[in-house]
Design a protein around this ligand. Structure first.
Ligand SMILES: [Zn+2]
Length: 81
């Protein structure tokens, strides 16, 4: 069984139902240089990472989870939006 993602609206579903929206990064300074870095220069660091996911083959809603990028363990799935 592959990675399962807990959708806050539909429950635990297979990874293949989702689209990855990237890691959540805070808006530090509203200018072009920082916006470019925030969107395109991912940290890709090992350990816990907040990520956006889109349930493409389900409720078609975006939500936020915290995933350990080393173990793929979902640490928190409370962040729906
Ligand atoms: Zn869903």
């Amino acid at each position: 069984m592959g990675l399962q993602i807990p959708c806050p609206h539909c429950g635990l579903r297979e990874f293949s139902e989702f689209g990855f929206g990237g890691e959540v990064r805070e808006l530090e300074s509203p200018d072009l240089e920082h916006d470019f870095a925030r969107v395109y220069l991912n940290d890709n660091a090992p350990g816990p990472q907040r990520e956006r996911w889109f349930h493409a083959y389900g409720c078609r809603r975006w939500f936020t989870i915290t995933r350990d990028t080393v173990t793929n363990q979902i640490l928190d799935s409370a962040g729906s939006a």
